[in-house]
Design a protein around this ligand. Structure first.
Ligand code: NAD
Length: 495
C-alpha cells in the first residue's frame, strides 16, 4: 500500500473485455510498432486480452505470418518497456498475431482477410486504420464491399482528421457512407491520458472545485503543451500543417473543452461529447493581435525549422500562443491562454486554473496578494498540484507563503502507475468495450476546424511570417508580451 492507500491490486485491476478480432491496417507502420502493438501487449500481460482474441496485421508488404511475428517481436523489444523482458510473455502474445497482405486501393488480399475473420456470436470485430487519411475512405468502402463489416463492426481512425473544415467534412461523409457514427472511433490520444480523465474526476467527483469553476472565481486558464523535439523526420508533412493544425485544433481544444464544459448528466459518450461541442461552438473568433506564431532557428548544434522542413522560405509555425474567450455565462470575459511549440527548453504539458485574488487582504499590504492555482500536469510527471497560501512558519508576525498540495500519480499510485497510464492501452480497450466517451465525434471535429480555419486563412491572406525564436528557449518574446500586457504571466514551468 502506498501513501494514499492505493494498492497495486487496485492499480492493476482489469475489467475483462469480450474476445476480439482486431485488424490493424498499417500493421507494419511506425505507429503500429511504436504504440498500438506495445499497448496491446501490455494489456495482454495485464490479463485483459481473452485467450481467443486475435490481432491481424494488414499492410501492403507481402510477408509470412512468421516474418510478421519477427517484426512485432523486434518492435516489442524496442518499445514494449519492462514487460518485453519476459520472453515467455512475448512468445505467448505473438501466438495471437496473424498477417494478411492487403491493398486498400486494389483487390489484393481481401478474400484472404474475409477467410481469416471469424463470424461468431459475441466476438468483437474492429478495424484500426493506422494509415494515411487518404486511405480512410477507400478502406471503409473495401470493408463494406467485401462483406467484412456489419452493424456491430467498429473502425478506429487516426489523426490527422482533415486539414481544414472542408476536408474533415468530406472524410466524415466518406465514412458515413459505410458506417454509422456509433461505429467510428476517432482517436485523440490526449483524451486517453490518465490525467485528462482525472480532470473530469476532480471536477465532477468533488464538491470542492465545481462551485468555484467559473468566471466569478477564476481569473484565467493556461494550457501549455511544450516539446523539446523539432519536426525532424516528418518535416515535410509538418510544413503543410503547423502547430495550429497539428496541436491546437485537436489536442489543446480537447483539453480546453474538458476544462470548460458544463457537467454532463452522465459520464456517457454522447452526454460528454454534447457538452464539449457546446464549448467549441461558444468560442469567439480570435483577433490577429491575440495570436503569436513562431518558428525555431538553429542553435548551432541542431537544424533550424526551415532546415528540418527542407523549405528555406517556409512560413509555417512551429510555435503558437493565443488568447481566446468562451462566450457563455460560465466563462464570460475569462481569458484562456493557449501555447504549444517545438524545440522549446522543456517537455512539459500543463493545464493551470488560476483563481482570482482574495478580494481583501486582512494581513496588510506586506503580506502580498495571493492566488490559488490548480495545476494539472500531463507530462512529464502526471499529477496535480493545488497551490494554497499559508503562514510562513516561525516567529516574526504573519507572513504568508504559497505552498503546493502536490499529488504526483507515480508517487501516489506507486511504481505500477506507469502501467495504467498509457493512452493507447486505454483507448484500444475502450474500442473493444464499445465505449466512445474518449473519442471525438464527427461534429466536434468539424466545429473545431470551423473555429481554426478563419484564423489560419487570416494569417495566410495577410502573408504573416512567424517570429523566429531560439531553439531551446521559451518561444518568441511576443508570446510573453501577449499575456504580460494583461498584467499576467505564463506559469513558471520551464519552457
Ligand atoms: P507509416 O508510413 O509508418 O505506415 C503506413 C502503413 O500503411 C504501412 O504499414 C503501410 O504498409 C500501410 N499502407 C500504405 N499504403 C497502403 C495501402 N494502399 N494498402 C494497405 N496498407 C497500406 O505511417 P505511420 O507513422 O504508422 O502513421 C499511420 C497513421 O497514423 C497516419 O495517419 C499518421 O498520420 C497517424 N499517426 C502517426 C503517428 C506516429 O507517431 N507515427 C502519431 C499519430 C498519428
Amino acid at each position: 500500500m502506498n501513501r494514499i492507500g492505493v494498492t497495486p491490486e487496485m492499480v492493476s485491476r482489469v475489467i475483462p473485455v469480450d474476445p476480439f478480432d482486431l485488424v490493424i491496417f498499417g500493421g507494419t507502420g511506425d505507429l503500429a510498432r511504436r504504440k498500438i502493438l506495445p499497448a496491446l501487449f501490455r494489456r495482454f500481460c495485464a490479463g485483459q486480452m481473452p485467450d481467443d482474441s486475435r490481432i491481424i496485421g494488414a499492410a501492403r508488404s507481402e510477408m509470412s505470418e512468421s516474418e510478421y511475428r519477427d517484426l512485432v517481436r523486434d518492435a516489442l523489444a524496442e518499445f514494449g518497456k519492462k514487460h518485453a523482458e519476459d520472453k515467455h510473455a512475448v512468445e505467448a502474445f505473438l501466438k495471437h498475431l496473424h498477417y494478411v497482405a492487403v491493398d486498400a486501393m486494389g483487390d489484393g488480399g481481401w478474400k484472404e482477410m474475409k477467410a481469416l475473420l471469424r463470424d461468431e456470436e459475441g466476438l468483437v470485430r474492429a478495424f484500426y486504420f493506422s494509415v494515411g487519411p487518404s486511405l480512410f475512405g477507400p478502406l471503409a468502402e473495401q470493408l463494406r464491399e467485401n462483406g467484412l463489416a456489419d452493424r456491430e463492426t467498429r473502425i478506429v481512425v487516426e489523426k490527422p482528421f482533415g486539414h481544414d473544415l472542408e476536408s474533415a467534412r468530406s472524410l466524415n461523409e466518406e465514412l458515413a457512407q459505410h458506417f454509422y457514427e456509433d461505429q467510428i472511433y476517432r482517436i485523440d490520444h490526449y483524451l486517453g491520458k490518465e490525467t485528462v480523465q482525472n480532470l473530469m474526476a476532480v471536477r465532477f467527483g468533488n464538491m470542492l472545485f465545481e462551485p468555484l469553476w467559473n468566471a466569478q472565481y477564476v481569473d484565467h486558464i493556461q494550457i501549455t503543451v511544450a516539446e523539446t523535439v523539432g519536426v525532424g523526420g516528418r518535416g515535410s508533412y509538418y510544413d503543410h500543417s503547423g502547430a495550429m493544425r497539428d496541436m491546437v485544433q485537436n489536442h489543446l481544444m480537447q483539453l480546453l473543452c474538458l476544462i470548460a464544459m458544463e457537467p454532463p448528466a452522465q459520464f456517457e459518450a454522447d452526454a460528454v461529447r454534447d457538452e464539449k461541442l457546446k464549448v467549441i461552438r461558444a468560442l469567439d473568433p480570435v483577433d490577429p493581435d491575440q495570436i503569436v506564431r513562431g518558428q525555431y532557428t538553429s542553435d548551432g548544434s541542431m537544424p533550424s525549422y526551415r532546415e528540418d522542413a527542407e523549405n528555406p522560405t517556409s512560413k509555417t509555425e512551429s510555435f503558437i500562443a493565443l488568447k481566446c474567450y468562451i462566450s457563455n455565462w460560465r466563462w464570460a470575459n475569462t481569458p484562456f491562454y493557449l501555447r504549444t511549440g517545438k524545440r522549446l527548453s522543456a517537455r512539459a504539458s500543463e493545464i493551470a486554473v488560476v483563481f482570482k485574488e482574495t478580494p481583501h487582504s486582512i494581513f496588510g499590504i506586506d503580506s502580498g496578494r495571493h492566488r490559488n492555482v490548480l495545476s494539472i500536469r500531463l507530462q512529464p510527471d502526471e499529477g496535480m498540484t493545488l497551490g494554497v497560501t499559508i503562514k510562513e512558519p516561525g516567529p516574526g508576525g504573519m507572513r504568508l507563503v504559497d505552498v503546493p498540495l502536490d499529488m504526483s500519480f507515480a508517487d501516489a499510485l506507486g511504481p505500477d502507475a506507469e502501467e495504467v497510464t498509457d493512452a493507447y492501452e486505454r483507448l484500444i480497450m475502450d474500442v473493444i468495450r464499445g465505449n466512445q466517451t474518449l473519442f471525438m465525434r464527427g461534429d466536434e471535429v468539424e466545429a473545431a476546424w470551423a473555429w481554426t480555419d478563419p484564423l489560419i486563412e487570416g494569417w495566410e491572406r495577410r502573408g504573416d511570417s512567424p517570429k523566429p525564436y531560439d531553439a531551446g528557449s521559451g518561444g518568441p518574446d511576443d508570446a510573453a508580451f501577449l499575456i504580460n500586457r494583461d498584467g499576467r504571466r505564463w506559469r513558471g514551468i520551464k519552457i
